[in-house]
Design a binder for this molecule. Structure first.
Ligand code: SF4
Length: 375
């Protein structure tokens, strides 16, 4: 199929033409197909633009674990809340601000702030550096995210521009290990192919996802976040399934190279080391988290404030009744949760998938969930 990209990535006519090609081919495959969009932003694109309504009834799009706020263990929030109430200034991104921890009041950093806790929302780690420099006293930056955001901390630390009164509490997680965990350990979720994360791949490189095709024999497409990006990714995977092939394809070449960003990779490799790490509602996933390398432990809030034991606890990690862990593993839809839109809403999130713009529950609550697939 020839697509004229000069019409942009939101051309309705092109999206419909791709959908028709998916319909024709999926009909020939003759069975149900489930494709996982790894990123919360992919889920946003499918839902916001109502793309599921263009797909045939036997093609299902399921959400994946690519929402950093959803999978950050509650213990990190508990620790950050406690520090903020103990006269430490806690800085974090807006998405993590409302994220519920595992304890009672204050349950989140936003509640802590209302109760007098010292909490500041920042747009970047460099904002945190600037704030800590201009004020006295101890500051702790809660770093939440994947390989995309971790370099924004690693790079200034490597350059030696982070002041001594700013410590970092790193909750960064790595994406290929959770994908490998899902493909090797989660048996009850059928996955016929994966849309690999676009932003993360800009750092780690498209080649990082070759194991999905080679070891787990699934089509995998690195895709951007426009309607045409994700629809072309689905088409590519349906083509591969119909031919009995499994390959890695980089659809997002305008942003993602095969090797990724070498400079960011060097900063990550020098400043952090990789360890087994907890994912909220999922458990410990081998070699899936960053902690500071010994050389940089003076910046590490975990070491400097003796937080390791507090962070290890994953008991009662998920609020009672919340099905967010099933949602991020593709086992459940937000609408399967009895709390969806009742106890749990975007303005008053109860569970982690309702907190930020990459959370599936949040996206479905705002944009009406999926339209019914065409029969
Ligand atoms: S609607 Fe709320 S409580 Fe239910 S799964 Fe989603 S985040 Fe959890």
């Amino acid at each position: 199929m020839v697509i004229d990209m000069s019409r942009g990535f939101r051309s309705k006519g092109d999206v419909v033409r791709v959908a028709e090609a998916i319909r024709r081919l999926a009909g020939r495959v003759g069975r149900d197909l489930s494709f996982m969009g790894f990123c919360g932003t992919h889920e946003w694109t499918f839902t916001y633009f109502g793309l599921r309504s263009l797909l045939p009834g036997n093609v299902r799009i399921i959400a994946g674990p690519g929402c950093p706020v959803c999978i950050t263990p509650g213990a990190y929030i508990d620790v950050a809340v406690r520090l903020s109430m103990e006269d430490v200034v806690v800085l974090t991104y807006g998405d993590a601000y409302k994220l519920p921890g595992t304890r009672g009041k204050p349950r989140s950093l936003s509640e802590a702030r209302m109760l007098g806790g010292k909490v500041r929302v920042v747009y970047s780690f460099l904002d945190a550096v600037r704030i800590a420099r201009s004020r006295g006293g101890l500051h702790v930056f809660l770093g939440v995210g994947f390989e995309t955001t971790a370099p924004s901390v690693a790079s200034p630390i490597r350059r030696g521009v982070v002041p001594e009164n700013l410590l970092i509490l790193p909750a960064y997680r790595l994406t290929p290990p959770i994908m490998e965990y899902m493909l090797s350990s989660v048996d009850d979720v059928p996955i016929d192919g994966i849309i690999a994360p676009g932003h993360v791949s800009a750092i780690i490189g498209a080649g990082s996802w070759s194991f999905v095709a080679e070891k787990y024999h699934r089509p995998v497409v690195v895709a951007g976040f426009e309607p045409l990006d994700v629809m072309l990714a689905i088409l590519e995977m349906v083509v591969q399934v119909s031919k009995g092939e499994t390959r890695l394809v980089n659809e997002y070449r305008r942003v993602v190279s095969w090797e990724g960003n070498r400079e960011a990779q060097r900063a990550l490799a020098e400043v952090f080391r990789i360890v087994d790490a907890g994912w909220r509602g999922i458990g410990v996933v081998p070699r899936s988290g960053y902690v500071f390398a010994d050389k940089y432990s003076k910046h590490d809030a975990v070491v400097q404030l003796g937080l390791e034991k507090d962070l290890r606890s994953m008991r009662h990690d998920m609020p009672a009744g919340c099905r967010c862990s099933d949602v991020v593993l593709g086992r459940a839809l937000p609408t399967d949760c009895p709390l969806f839109g009742k106890t749990c809403t975007p303005s008053k999130p109860y569970g982690p998938c309702m907190v930020g713009r990459e959370g599936t529950c949040y996206i479905w609550a705002l944009y009406g969930g999926p339209r019914i697939p065409a029969a």
